[in-house]
Design a protein around this ligand. Structure first.
Ligand code: NI
Length: 174
């Protein structure tokens, strides 16, 4: 079991586009296992490569009794129906804001053994995949907030950076 360091706001790794993985190797299986450990310890329900400083397209998730990894995930068939619900992020500890997401999405990619996989996700699970795939593109959930709310988030982040605000992890961060 290995716990990796979770990169937080201000770390350049969070703002880069992660590379596709050409071939899934033993090292990726190790990475996935470490990412699952790190996510559970945080605790969180989703984690993407850049959040642990790995600029490769890999994410892990765990919701209720189910968990998994998706390598090179692609979002397909996003529903027109949208839902706004509160979201938090392990890389932005202490911040939670309502974010609008597609209610249903399909995710295709390969698993930690390189086997093709396809997941039809809805509601919370669909939200987790959209959030994590954003991380692979260097996008944070605060980027998706309306301008005035984003300003409030930036103010909080600045106060945290200066040590004026106590940071407490929110529940169920992604
Ligand atoms: Ni996140």
């Amino acid at each position: 079991m290995a716990i990796l360091r979770i990169r937080t706001f201000g770390d350049p790794a969070l703002r880069q586009r992660a590379r596709p993985i050409d071939q899934v190797t033993r090292l990726h299986r190790r990475l996935v296992s470490d990412m699952l450990d790190t996510m559970r310890a945080a605790p969180g329900v989703g984690l993407a490569g850049p959040q642990v400083g790995v600029l490769e397209r890999v994410l892990v998730w765990e919701i209720e009794e189910e968990h998994g990894a998706v390598i090179n995930p692609v979002l397909l068939d996003p529903s027109e129906e949208m839902l706004t619900a509160e979201e938090g992020c392990l890389s932005l500890p202490g911040l939670a804001y309502p974010v609008e997401r597609h209610v249903r999405v399909t995710v295709e990619g390969v698993d930690h053994r390189g086997r093709p996989l396809r997941i039809e996700a809805e509601d919370y699970m669909a939200r987790v995949f959209q959030h994590e795939i954003d991380h692979l593109d260097g996008v944070l959930f605060i980027d998706r907030l309306p301008e005035e709310i984003r300003r409030d988030a930036r103010r909080k982040l600045t106060r945290q950076a200066l040590g004026f605000e106590v940071v407490e992890q929110t529940e169920e961060s992604l």
